[in-house]
Design a protein around this ligand. Sequence first.
Ligand SMILES: Nc1ncnc2c1ncn2[C@@H]1O[C@H](COP(=O)(O)OP(=O)(O)OP(=O)(O)O)[C@@H](O)[C@H]1O
Ligand SMILES: [Mg+2]
Length: 272
Amino acid sequence: MTDEQNPRTGQTPTGTVRTITASIGQVLVSARGLQKSFGDRQILKNVDFDMKAGDITVIIGKSGSGKSTLLRALAGLTDPDDGRIIFDGEVVFEDEERTEVWEELDSHVGMIFQSYTLWPHMDVLANLTLAPLKKLGLSKEEALERAKRSLAEVGMSDHLRSKPSQLSGGERQRVAIARALMMEPKLLLCDEITSALDPPVAAEVLGVLQRLKETDGIAIALVTHDMAFAARAADRLVFFHEGEIAVNTTPDDAFNRNDNPDLKKFVDAVRF
Ligand SMILES: Nc1ncnc2c1ncn2[C@@H]1O[C@H](COP(=O)(O)OP(=O)(O)OP(=O)(O)O)[C@@H](O)[C@H]1O
Ligand SMILES: [Mg+2]
């Protein structure tokens, strides 16, 4: 792999980044018939799924049910075995392959994980500007300006020169969000990003995401095991069960009016 290659896609930047046209309330990303197996175990069975710009979709489900695999497929970290992914009206994955427009849309997709994936030896500024300098070809001044804007959005303006080790967990997670914002994503995939945080700090991070969906119209998918967090955050709630979307509804309906036995068992197990 050369320096120019995107570590995620293995592709070299072309400088072409397509502008996204979906506005708040319109479908931004669709998955149709997604399938993925590891060995002889089918993990994604036939997943159909839409996400709208400006919505937070919370994905819940048992450990091992395939939630992270779904997010990774949408982020381009795992190629599905079959199915289609449509992003802003363009087919980006079909017939077991990424299509030509994949790369032009790829930088609009950001993913954040539970364990903070910041580079420990770099300060916040360097962490934020590394990818945009390389992938988007921004000048240092432009990257600095964008870093200041992104940090302001997550309330971390005072920490431009901090090292990750000098930050609390919640602060690191907010920097991880700011880093994703540097690429001006329209789809943000968050995999258990608040699991290691205490409730008030998790609420702060949630507040940041809620502002982003409202101000920037970002579509956000959030995988979490925290039901209170799910109920508060979600516009849509997806219950993932054995590789399939078993329930896709509002959080109120999911928690109070749904008679799916697997969801009931799942919710009852965490009620106290
Ligand atoms: N790269 C891989 N190779 C082999 N098996 C995998 C791989 N990635 C995931 N799996 C398996 O696929 C299943 C689903 O994993 P996944 O990480 O999607 O579950 P999850 O719903 O996110 O679970 P958790 O809530 O524990 O994070 C698991 O049984 C896991 O072991
Ligand atoms: Mg997972």
